[in-house]
Design a protein around this ligand. Structure first.
Ligand code: MN
Length: 227
Protein backbone atom coordinates (compact mmCIF):
# COMPACT_ATOMS: atom_id res chain seq x y z
CA UNK A 1 0.00 0.00 0.00
CA UNK A 2 1.34 3.42 -0.92
CA UNK A 3 1.75 5.89 1.92
CA UNK A 4 0.89 9.59 2.14
CA UNK A 5 2.57 11.56 4.91
CA UNK A 6 0.46 14.26 6.59
CA UNK A 7 1.95 16.91 8.86
CA UNK A 8 0.60 17.77 12.30
CA UNK A 9 1.04 20.35 15.04
CA UNK A 10 1.39 20.03 18.80
CA UNK A 11 -0.84 22.01 21.16
CA UNK A 12 -1.08 21.45 24.93
CA UNK A 13 1.23 18.42 24.46
CA UNK A 14 -1.29 16.79 22.09
CA UNK A 15 -0.76 16.07 18.40
CA UNK A 16 -3.37 17.67 16.09
CA UNK A 17 -4.08 17.56 12.37
CA UNK A 18 -7.11 17.75 10.06
CA UNK A 19 -9.30 14.66 10.29
CA UNK A 20 -10.89 15.41 6.90
CA UNK A 21 -7.40 15.19 5.31
CA UNK A 22 -6.74 11.83 6.99
CA UNK A 23 -10.07 10.61 5.58
CA UNK A 24 -9.36 11.92 2.06
CA UNK A 25 -6.04 10.01 2.01
CA UNK A 26 -7.67 6.77 3.17
CA UNK A 27 -10.69 7.12 0.86
CA UNK A 28 -8.35 7.35 -2.12
CA UNK A 29 -6.69 4.05 -1.18
CA UNK A 30 -3.53 5.31 0.52
CA UNK A 31 -2.24 4.74 4.05
CA UNK A 32 -2.16 8.03 6.00
CA UNK A 33 1.06 8.48 7.98
CA UNK A 34 0.77 11.38 10.44
CA UNK A 35 4.16 12.95 11.13
CA UNK A 36 4.74 14.50 14.55
CA UNK A 37 7.01 17.56 14.55
CA UNK A 38 9.94 17.00 16.88
CA UNK A 39 11.72 19.60 18.98
CA UNK A 40 14.64 21.51 17.53
CA UNK A 41 17.02 19.84 19.99
CA UNK A 42 15.93 16.37 18.90
CA UNK A 43 15.68 17.27 15.19
CA UNK A 44 16.60 14.18 13.14
CA UNK A 45 17.35 13.99 9.43
CA UNK A 46 13.92 13.93 7.80
CA UNK A 47 13.09 10.52 6.31
CA UNK A 48 10.99 10.26 3.15
CA UNK A 49 9.78 6.69 3.45
CA UNK A 50 6.44 7.56 1.82
CA UNK A 51 5.05 8.31 -1.65
CA UNK A 52 3.63 11.83 -1.31
CA UNK A 53 3.41 14.64 1.25
CA UNK A 54 0.41 16.70 2.32
CA UNK A 55 1.15 19.74 4.49
CA UNK A 56 -1.83 20.35 6.79
CA UNK A 57 -3.33 23.59 8.05
CA UNK A 58 -2.43 25.01 11.48
CA UNK A 59 -1.04 28.00 13.33
CA UNK A 60 0.93 31.01 12.08
CA UNK A 61 4.48 30.60 10.77
CA UNK A 62 7.33 32.08 12.80
CA UNK A 63 8.55 35.11 10.80
CA UNK A 64 12.24 34.45 11.57
CA UNK A 65 12.06 31.86 8.77
CA UNK A 66 11.56 34.70 6.28
CA UNK A 67 13.83 37.16 8.10
CA UNK A 68 11.22 39.37 9.75
CA UNK A 69 10.59 40.42 13.34
CA UNK A 70 7.15 39.53 14.77
CA UNK A 71 4.47 42.20 14.31
CA UNK A 72 1.89 42.82 17.06
CA UNK A 73 -0.79 41.01 14.98
CA UNK A 74 1.14 37.72 14.80
CA UNK A 75 -0.66 34.85 16.54
CA UNK A 76 0.64 31.59 18.08
CA UNK A 77 3.61 30.03 16.28
CA UNK A 78 5.69 26.87 16.78
CA UNK A 79 9.24 27.25 15.41
CA UNK A 80 9.89 23.53 16.05
CA UNK A 81 7.06 22.59 13.69
CA UNK A 82 8.13 25.20 11.13
CA UNK A 83 11.75 24.00 11.02
CA UNK A 84 10.71 20.34 10.93
CA UNK A 85 8.36 20.97 7.99
CA UNK A 86 10.94 23.05 6.08
CA UNK A 87 13.43 20.18 6.41
CA UNK A 88 10.75 17.68 5.41
CA UNK A 89 9.72 19.71 2.35
CA UNK A 90 13.31 20.00 1.13
CA UNK A 91 13.99 16.28 1.62
CA UNK A 92 10.72 15.30 -0.09
CA UNK A 93 11.40 17.61 -3.01
CA UNK A 94 14.92 16.17 -3.41
CA UNK A 95 13.37 12.70 -3.43
CA UNK A 96 11.09 13.79 -6.31
CA UNK A 97 7.87 13.33 -4.31
CA UNK A 98 4.68 15.28 -5.06
CA UNK A 99 3.77 17.81 -2.34
CA UNK A 100 0.39 19.41 -1.65
CA UNK A 101 0.16 22.27 0.86
CA UNK A 102 -3.26 23.15 2.30
CA UNK A 103 -3.85 26.47 4.14
CA UNK A 104 -0.80 27.00 6.36
CA UNK A 105 0.73 24.17 4.29
CA UNK A 106 0.88 26.43 1.22
CA UNK A 107 2.54 29.16 3.29
CA UNK A 108 5.27 26.92 4.75
CA UNK A 109 5.90 25.52 1.24
CA UNK A 110 6.48 29.08 0.02
CA UNK A 111 8.71 29.95 2.99
CA UNK A 112 10.75 26.73 2.59
CA UNK A 113 11.81 27.90 -0.88
CA UNK A 114 12.61 31.49 0.12
CA UNK A 115 9.24 33.26 -0.12
CA UNK A 116 7.67 35.50 2.54
CA UNK A 117 4.26 36.10 4.14
CA UNK A 118 1.98 38.87 5.29
CA UNK A 119 2.07 38.25 9.05
CA UNK A 120 -1.43 39.74 9.13
CA UNK A 121 -3.34 40.37 5.91
CA UNK A 122 -5.38 43.32 7.14
CA UNK A 123 -2.63 45.09 9.10
CA UNK A 124 -0.14 44.92 6.22
CA UNK A 125 -2.15 45.07 3.01
CA UNK A 126 -4.48 48.02 2.59
CA UNK A 127 -5.87 46.44 -0.59
CA UNK A 128 -7.24 43.40 1.25
CA UNK A 129 -10.93 44.12 1.35
CA UNK A 130 -12.82 40.85 1.64
CA UNK A 131 -13.38 38.39 4.46
CA UNK A 132 -10.55 35.81 4.59
CA UNK A 133 -11.41 34.76 8.15
CA UNK A 134 -14.91 33.61 7.40
CA UNK A 135 -17.54 33.88 10.12
CA UNK A 136 -19.53 30.93 8.75
CA UNK A 137 -18.75 27.23 9.03
CA UNK A 138 -15.92 25.98 6.79
CA UNK A 139 -18.31 23.61 5.02
CA UNK A 140 -19.67 26.75 3.30
CA UNK A 141 -17.80 28.75 0.66
CA UNK A 142 -16.97 32.39 1.44
CA UNK A 143 -15.28 34.07 -1.54
CA UNK A 144 -14.43 33.43 -5.18
CA UNK A 145 -10.94 33.01 -6.64
CA UNK A 146 -9.69 33.78 -10.14
CA UNK A 147 -7.60 30.92 -11.52
CA UNK A 148 -4.97 31.30 -14.26
CA UNK A 149 -6.46 29.51 -17.30
CA UNK A 150 -3.29 27.61 -18.33
CA UNK A 151 -2.60 26.24 -14.79
CA UNK A 152 -3.00 22.67 -13.55
CA UNK A 153 -5.54 24.00 -11.07
CA UNK A 154 -7.80 25.41 -13.80
CA UNK A 155 -7.90 21.98 -15.46
CA UNK A 156 -9.12 20.53 -12.17
CA UNK A 157 -11.52 23.14 -10.81
CA UNK A 158 -12.20 25.72 -13.52
CA UNK A 159 -11.47 29.44 -13.66
CA UNK A 160 -13.73 30.85 -10.96
CA UNK A 161 -14.35 28.48 -8.02
CA UNK A 162 -16.23 29.56 -4.89
CA UNK A 163 -14.09 28.58 -1.89
CA UNK A 164 -13.94 28.76 1.91
CA UNK A 165 -11.41 30.94 3.74
CA UNK A 166 -9.86 30.81 7.21
CA UNK A 167 -6.53 32.62 7.14
CA UNK A 168 -5.22 35.95 8.47
CA UNK A 169 -1.79 35.30 6.90
CA UNK A 170 -1.08 35.07 3.17
CA UNK A 171 1.83 34.89 0.74
CA UNK A 172 3.63 38.22 0.26
CA UNK A 173 6.67 37.37 -1.92
CA UNK A 174 6.31 34.18 -3.94
CA UNK A 175 9.35 31.86 -3.92
CA UNK A 176 11.26 31.80 -7.22
CA UNK A 177 10.32 28.32 -8.36
CA UNK A 178 6.56 28.87 -7.94
CA UNK A 179 3.92 30.58 -10.08
CA UNK A 180 0.82 32.29 -8.69
CA UNK A 181 -2.15 30.43 -10.19
CA UNK A 182 -5.09 31.83 -8.20
CA UNK A 183 -5.96 35.09 -6.46
CA UNK A 184 -8.96 36.34 -4.48
CA UNK A 185 -10.86 39.38 -5.84
CA UNK A 186 -8.80 41.63 -3.53
CA UNK A 187 -5.50 40.28 -4.90
CA UNK A 188 -4.61 37.92 -2.02
CA UNK A 189 -2.73 34.87 -3.35
CA UNK A 190 -4.85 31.71 -3.05
CA UNK A 191 -2.84 29.08 -4.98
CA UNK A 192 0.69 28.45 -6.27
CA UNK A 193 2.24 25.73 -8.45
CA UNK A 194 5.91 24.84 -8.90
CA UNK A 195 7.49 25.08 -12.34
CA UNK A 196 8.13 21.29 -12.32
CA UNK A 197 4.42 20.62 -11.63
CA UNK A 198 5.12 18.48 -8.56
CA UNK A 199 4.26 21.00 -5.84
CA UNK A 200 0.97 22.78 -5.35
CA UNK A 201 -0.35 25.08 -2.63
CA UNK A 202 -4.02 25.81 -1.92
CA UNK A 203 -4.86 28.58 0.56
CA UNK A 204 -8.46 27.44 1.11
CA UNK A 205 -9.63 24.15 2.67
CA UNK A 206 -11.01 21.88 -0.08
CA UNK A 207 -11.30 18.91 2.31
CA UNK A 208 -13.99 20.77 4.27
CA UNK A 209 -16.14 21.66 1.21
CA UNK A 210 -17.70 18.21 0.93
CA UNK A 211 -20.86 19.51 -0.78
CA UNK A 212 -18.78 20.69 -3.80
CA UNK A 213 -17.61 17.60 -5.70
CA UNK A 214 -15.14 19.59 -7.79
CA UNK A 215 -13.10 20.32 -4.63
CA UNK A 216 -12.35 16.60 -4.19
CA UNK A 217 -10.67 16.64 -7.62
CA UNK A 218 -7.84 18.73 -6.12
CA UNK A 219 -6.91 15.62 -4.13
CA UNK A 220 -7.47 13.09 -6.89
CA UNK A 221 -5.28 15.10 -9.25
CA UNK A 222 -2.57 15.16 -6.54
CA UNK A 223 -2.86 11.40 -5.98
CA UNK A 224 -2.62 10.83 -9.75
CA UNK A 225 0.93 12.25 -9.59
CA UNK A 226 2.03 9.41 -7.28
CA UNK A 227 3.99 6.74 -9.08
MN1 MN B 1 -9.06 33.55 1.32
Amino acid sequence: MKKIALTAGIKDNQLFTNRALVDVIAKNGFLPIVLAPVSLKAMPEPLTDFDGLILSDGDDITPIFYNEEPLPELKVTDPHRDQYEINLIKASHEAGLPILGIGRGMQILNVAFGGSLFQDIYGQNSGAGIQHVQASNLSLPAHHVNVTPESQLAQVIGNHPYVNSLHHQAIKKVADNFNIVATAPDGIIESIESSDGLMQGIQWRPEELSSDESQAKIFTSFFNKIK
